[in-house]
Ligand binder design. Structure first.
Ligand code: 5GP
Length: 177
């Protein structure tokens, strides 16, 4: 087990992440078969994963960025999604791939999927998460694609933060309690 200078245990190395992204991209390229898509990156946590993933996608694609202003059980109103840059109307009639950092309880993913379906008309909607904490799920949401299934530990790095810090790490780590 590798322990880093900032006292984190390494759960998934940077090399493992990059290798898995290549195989995930292969599966995603195979599914879309060259058809144009819109990739929606969920800020801030999915930013590293999204930029590395799209480098391996081979279809014409546009990127959109959304941010949720609150988490967990409070996410019941559609007013809590903010979009950045171009308008999300861009996704009407298009195939859409939502890219997230992690699915834990599944409430965020469920909210987002419902929000998109209720407010827009994507031709197809898929959900891709780098990490999947299956054992923590409070609903029946499963990502269409995911990188790694992990234990119900609080993880940081590669976009995931600890009170704003550690997003810049190129690996996924956790604190031993
Ligand atoms: P859910 O709604 O599935 O419970 O949680 C999704 C969101 O919670 C993620 O997008 C992420 O922001 C946050 N989250 C859940 N688990 C972790 C974790 O282990 N580490 C960090 N940094 N954030 C997490």
């Amino acid at each position: 087990m590798i322990t880093t200078a900032n006292n984190l245990k390494v759960m998934i190395t940077g090399e493992q992440i990059q290798e898995r992204i290549k195989t995930l991209a292969y599966e995603i390229n195979d599914y879309y078969n060259g058809e144009e898509i819109v990739v929606i990156c969920v800020l801030k946590g999915a930013v590293m994963f999204t930029v590395d993933l799209v480098k391996h996608l081979n279809m014409p694609l546009k990127m959109e960025f959304i941010k949720l202003s609150s988490y967990g059980n409070e996410m019941t109103s559609s007013g809590k999604v903010q979009s950045f840059g171009a308008h999300l109307e861009e996704i009407n009639g298009k195939k859409v791939l939502i890219v997230e950092d992690i699915i834990d309880t599944g409430l965020t993913a469920e909210f987002l999927i419902n929000h998109i379906k209720e407010n827009y008309k994507p031709k197809d909607l898929k959900f891709c998460s780098l990490l999947n904490k299956k054992a923590s799920r409070k609903n029946s949401i499963e990502p269409d694609y995911y990188g790694f299934e992990i234990d119900s530990k609080f993880v940081v790095g590669y976009g995931l933060d600890d009170e704003g810090y550690n997003r810049n790490l190129n690996y996924i780590g956790y604190k031993e309690v």
